[in-house]
Design a protein around this ligand. Structure first.
Ligand code: GTP
Ligand code: MG
Length: 195
């Protein structure tokens, strides 16, 4: 899709009411610092419209980006960031859970994991939890520029095993640096838009 118009339309904090959008939503979940906001920028062809940071815990709200008045990208706060208080962790977890439970427009849930590492318990929990809620997350293995091409399959296989993915689940290596994987991710989104 040729993205001509983006707008950060709604920002939801812990107490905000979620928007009742009438267009399809595509959400991005994953550990803090895994690259959710960077991926959203790459998909939008914008350098830094979604705020990113080397410090984990950058995105602390649920951000709805209106894309071409045709769909929404939903940037979720990252989980698993050790440095925030237990109380905040619980609140953010509830926020993500509340969104996934209540939204009526979510058509694709992308779950991002770092391609270099075996997914952690919180990734496994997030995956299982979303499956129990009826989602079938597509996995994006981020920061693929950090490993060699020859290692890609080994790493995606490790991720598939650890998450115990439903058969047929795509695992897409992606790099925000060289944009590899971006077109494939757009294909999944565009396929869903045709329904
Ligand atoms: P939170 O908002 O804290 O949950 O993090 P996030 O998942 O939105 O991560 P963000 O996009 O802010 O990226 C975190 C850091 O990882 C930044 O320093 C990015 O530049 C870096 N990063 C993201 N994607 C890639 C990638 O594909 N390759 C490399 N090498 N670095 C990346
Ligand atoms: Mg972010």
């Amino acid at each position: 899709m040729n993205v001509t118009k983006v707008n950060l339309e709604t920002v939801c904090g812990i107490t905000s009411k979620l928007p009742e959008n009438d267009k399809m939503e595509v959400a991005f979940a994953g550990k803090s610092n895994v690259g959710k906001s960077s991926l959203i920028n790459a998909l939008m062809n914008r350098k830094s419209y979604a705020r990113t940071s080397q410090q984990p815990g950058k995105t602390q709200t649920i951000n709805f980006y209106n894309i071409n008045d045709a769909l929404y990208f939903v940037d979720l706060p990252g989980y698993g960031y050790a440095k925030i208080s237990k109380e905040m962790k619980v609140k953010w977890g509830k926020m993500i859970e509340n969104y996934l439970k209540k939204t009526k427009q979510l058509r694709i849930l992308f779950l991002l994991v770092d391609i270099r590492h075996e997914p952690g318990q919180n990734d496994v929990d997030m995956y299982n939890w979303s499956v129990n809620y009826g989602y079938n997350p597509i996995i994006i293995a981020t920061k693929s520029d950090k490993i060699s091409k020859g290692q890609l399959l080994k790493h995606t296989t490790m991720i598939r095993k650890k998450l115990n993915c439903i058969e047929g689940t795509p695992i897409i290596p992606f790099s925000a640096l060289n944009k590899s994987g971006r077109d494939e991710i757009w294909e999944y989104i565009e396929d869903m838009m045709e329904f």
